[in-house]
Ligand binder design. Structure first.
Ligand SMILES: COc1ccc(OC)c(-c2cc(C(C)=O)n3cccnc23)c1
Length: 121
């Protein structure tokens, strides 16, 4: 039988795509969907040395750049921490980043991931 394109992907890639979709649902305003633009965030590229966003994470999945779940989780944390570094507490972006990080890490706990089986070992 012929595998669908999605079924041909590596098991880790399919898992990370699923996790990414679930994390993106926690960003309803799409503040984290694309790279932050210096025109809207003055000085962003001088303050934030390693920018990260969901579209970049998706591209890294497609390019098989993530060798483990932990590398994927590190980029998710980097993205949220960048927003909490650049934006002052109390701003809509700082609050959105805190909520996203908290909700995202709850989805990425071993208890939640264990049912996915030995794909993570
Ligand atoms: C107001 O609509 C948008 C749309 C897209 C954004 O980033 C992709 C942002 C955005 C996202 C951020 C972050 C995540 O720091 N940000 C900081 C300062 C000014 N704008 C932003 C806002």
């Amino acid at each position: 039988c012929v595998l669908k394109a999605s079924q041909k992907r590596r098991p880790l890639s399919r898992l990370l795509e699923q996790l990414l979709r679930n994390l993106e649902k926690r960003d309803p305003h799409q503040f984290f969907a694309w790279p932050v633009n210096d025109n809207f965030a003055p000085g962003y590229s001088t303050i934030i040395k390693k920018p990260m966003d969901f579209s970049t994470m998706k591209q890294k999945i497609d390019d098989n750049e993530y060798k483990s779940l932990n590398c994927f989780i590190s980029d998710f944390k980097l993205m949220c921490n960048n927003a909490m570094k650049y934006n002052k507490p109390g701003t809509v972006y700082h609050k959105a980043a805190r909520r996203l990080l908290h909700a995202g890490l709850k989805q990425l706990t071993p208890q939640k991931l264990r049912p996915l089986g030995d794909i993570l070992t």
